[in-house]
Design a binder for this molecule. Structure first.
Ligand SMILES: Nc1ncnc2c1ncn2[C@@H]1O[C@H](COP(=O)(O)OP(=O)(O)O)[C@@H](O)[C@H]1O
Ligand SMILES: [Mg+2]
Length: 281
C-alpha cells in the first residue's frame, strides 16, 4: 500500500463511517463565542461556520485566541457567552469526554501521546472510543469483542499507513522522531472516525519541507471525506491548503473569506506586521 491509495485505506479504516459529506451544509456553527479569564476576554464575540467537506483555517498571531476557541468548542472551557451548534445540535452542555462520541476529534498544540505505548497501541486507543461491545462483552470475551479487537488492529495499521508511519507501528511513541509523533497524533484522532478533525498547529516545530508534507497530508484527509479545522499562525502555510480562512486578533474575528481575499485584507496585513517574515509570506 502506498500513501496514494487513500480511498482503499479509508474503506479499511472506517467501512461504516457515517460522515455524510453533503458538501456545503454547515457542520459547525459558532456564534458570538466569548471566553473570559479573570475578566479579560480571550475570545470576544466570535462567529463563524464550517461547512462539511471543507478545510477551514483559523489563523492569527500568537495569543490571538485560536487555542481558546478550540477549547471552547471541545468543552474544555465553558464560554461566558455564545453558542456552538455541531451537526444540528447544540454543544453547550456536552462534557469534554462526550465530544469524541459526538464526532469531534482534536490534536494538541503540544503533542500528547501515551509515550510508553507503541504507535499502533496509541491508534487503537482511538478506535476503542468507537467500540460497540459493552464492558460485559470485554469481560466475557464475546465473539464481538474479539472481532472488534482484530478490526481495531487492522484499522490502526491502515491509519498508520495513511499518515506515513506504518514502519513505526511497533515502536514506543516516546521514541518516535518528533515529526512522526505529530503524524501519530493525527492518526489517533482519525481513529475515532470524526466528522470534524481539529488540528492545533500541527506543523509547529517543523522545517519548511516537513510543513509542506504535512499540508499534503491534511489535503489528503479532506479529500478522503473529512472536514478539517486547522489552526496555524504561519499564514503562508494555510494559504495553499485551506478553502476558507477565519482570522483572529486579540480575541476578535477580523476577517473571514477565501485565502486570496484574506491575504490582501489590510486588517490582516496590519495584524501580522511586526511578526517575523518567515511566519507571514
Ligand atoms: N487558561 C488560561 N488562563 C488565563 N489566560 C489564558 C488561558 N488560556 C489562554 N489564555 C490567554 O488567552 C489569550 C489567547 O490565548 P490562546 O488562545 O492560547 O492564543 P493562540 O492559540 O491564538 O496563540 C492569551 O492572552 C492567553 O494568555
Ligand atoms: Mg495556540
Amino acid at each position: 500500500m502506498s500513501i496514494n491509495h487513500g480511498d482503499e485505506i479509508a474503506d479499511a479504516v472506517a467501512p461504516q463511517r457515517d460522515i455524510a459529506t453533503d458538501e456545503g451544509d454547515i457542520l459547525l456553527d459558532v456564534s458570538d463565542l466569548t471566553v473570559e479569564f479573570g475578566g479579560l476576554a480571550a475570545l470576544d464575540g466570535v462567529s463563524f461556520g464550517i461547512r462539511r467537506g471543507e478545510i477551514l483555517g483559523l489563523i492569527g498571531p500568537n495569543g490571538a485566541g485560536k487555542t481558546t476557541c478550540f477549547n471552547a468548542i471541545t468543552g474544555v472551557y465553558t464560554p461566558s457567552r455564545g453558542s456552538v451548534v455541531f451537526d444540528g445540535a447544540p454543544l453547550g452542555k456536552v462534557k469534554r469526554h462526550q465530544i469524541t462520541r459526538r464526532g469531534i476529534a482534536r490534536t494538541f498544540q503540544n503533542v500528547r501521546l501515551w509515550g510508553e505505548m507503541t504507535a499502533l497501541e496509541n491508534v487503537c486507543v482511538g478506535t476503542d472510543a468507537r467500540h460497540k461491545s459493552s464492558v460485559w462483552g470485554a469481560v466475557f470475551r464475546s465473539r464481538r469483542f474479539y472481532r472488534e479487537e482484530r478490526d481495531a488492529v487492522d484499522r490502526g495499521m491502515a491509519l498508520l499507513e495513511f499518515v506515513g508511519i506504518a514502519h513505526r507501528a511497533g515502536e514506543k511513541a516516546s521514541n518516535l522522531p518528533y515529526g512522526d509523533q505529530r503524524r501519530l497524533e493525527i492518526a489517533r484522532a482519525l481513529a475515532t472516525e470524526p466528522k470534524l478533525l481539529c488540528l492545533d498547529e500541527p506543523a509547529a516545530g517543523f522545517n519548511p519541507s516537513e510543513k509542506t508534507a504535512l499540508m499534503s497530508l491534511i489535503k489528503k484527509i479532506r479529500d478522503d471525506g473529512y472536514t478539517v479545522l486547522l489552526i496555524e499562525h504561519d499564514m503562508r502555510l494555510v494559504m495553499g491548503v485551506t478553502d476558507r480562512i477565519v482570522v483572529l486578533e486579540f480575541g476578535r474575528k477580523i476577517a473571514d473569506g477565501k485565502p486570496k481575499d484574506v491575504r490582501e485584507n489590510p486588517a490582516v496585513i496590519a495584524a501580522y506586521l511586526g511578526v517575523p517574515d518567515d511566519e507571514i509570506a
